[in-house]
Design a protein around this ligand. Structure first.
Ligand SMILES: Cc1ncc(COP(=O)(O)O)c(C=O)c1O
Length: 331
């Protein structure tokens, strides 16, 4: 099949760029130094490629991602780097054939994990992002409670998400070091082998973590594309068809339901973005444009863009070489 024959909006992966991103990361953070975050791509097929690169542990944001990886026999060491008190989902993760660890940051999440048969936890520590995580000074007490609840405490995690997109590399490095002081202090009280942190923007500057949880690096988006020190290239696109042409603008058939815009507008090299609506991109074309032409759009935020699509088409130039289901969607 040719790329032009795909129905649009079409989620496109440049297979060669993806392979290069995978290799660059595996070279810098080999094997267990990287615990790839699958929430970025939500595809067991892509997770298999990461296993082929030597990364046998995964980071997940949802129980559905955990269960899907385990079902696909990619379950050597799966970390749910997120809190849940959902008894049904915790029990399903406890029963699945993967080796599962879940993050806890409160007596409630510890009690829920223990009562549903989960065996391993990490203490999630607040390192500056206003999201989950216990205050560093309380991490040791929480670890004691987890141990008393017959849970194995494998260590700590703390995601410095407020720093991953800082444009200046030097400032990013300094602020990450400060943030990781909080995680290391908590780890001194908690113990365990794991100090899990980091993302695509900090994979090279976070020297405190024993493992990095980067996900976006494999396909990238325009938000991370703004960090000039990152060696990863754009591998993810959404192709659209021009469905209407006016004197000053053209309209393509990919809008808010095909592209996530929480990190700003997606863009196209075919012209300047005017605005997106539900199913449309209105743009000012930079060359003569006809109804039926194809344009390629660069997503601004990879994770929620991919989650809107049922499958991705891997392309090599004009040829579609494979199609991968987005089989780790939903919760
Ligand atoms: C817990 C956690 N770890 C790591 C990451 C890093 O992912 P990425 O490399 O896609 O920025 C995220 C992203 O939001 C996250 O939520």
């Amino acid at each position: 099949m040719r790329v032009h024959d795909l129905p649009t909006p079409a989620l496109i992966i440049d297979a060669n760029v993806m392979a290069s991103n995978l290799a660059i990361m595996a070279d810098t953070l080999p094997g267990p130094r990287l615990r790839p975050h699958v929430k970025a791509h939500k595809m067991t097929a892509l997770a298999s490629q990461q296993v082929e690169q030597g990364h046998r542990g995964f980071t997940c944001a949802t129980p559905a991602e955990v269960l899907g990886l385990a079902e696909a026999s990619l379950g050597d060491d799966i970390l749910l780097a997120n809190e849940t008190v959902d008894a049904q989902r915790l029990s399903a993760m406890a029963r699945c054939k993967g080796n599962v660890t879940v993050a806890v940051d409160s007596p409630e999440t510890i009690a829920a994990a223990a009562s549903c048969g989960i065996e391993q936890v990490v203490i999630d520590v607040a390192v500056g992002l206003a999201r989950c995580g216990v205050e560093p000074a309380d991490a040791g007490r929480l670890a004691e409670l987890a141990s008393a609840s017959h849970l194995t405490v494998r260590g700590v995690m703390g995601y410095e998400g407020h720093l991953v997109a800082l444009p200046d590399e030097h400032e990013r490095r300094e602020k990450v070091a400060e943030s990781m002081e909080l995680l290391l202090a908590a780890h001194r009280d908690v113990g365990g082998d794991l100090i899990s942190a980091g993302g695509t923007g900090t994979y090279a500057v976070n020297t405190a973590a024993t493992e990095i949880q980067a996900g976006s690096y494999v396909l990238m988006d325009s938000a991370y594309g703004g960090l000039t020190d990152l060696p990863f290239a754009q591998a993810l696109f959404v192709d659209a068809t021009v469905i209407s042409v006016a004197k000053k603008w053209a309209v393509a058939d990919a809008g808010l339901k095909a592209l996530a815009m929480d990190h700003g507008d997606s863009h196209t090299e075919s012209g300047s973005t005017w605005f997106f609506s539900d199913e449309h991109l209105t743009y000012g074309p930079n060359k003569p444009t006809n109804v039926g032409d194809r344009i390629r759009i660069v997503p601004a935020h990879i994770d929620p863009t991919i989650a809107k699509h049922p499958y991705a088409s891997l392309v090599d130039g004009d040829e579609v070489v494979e199609q991968w289901p987005i089989d780790l969607r939903y919760w």
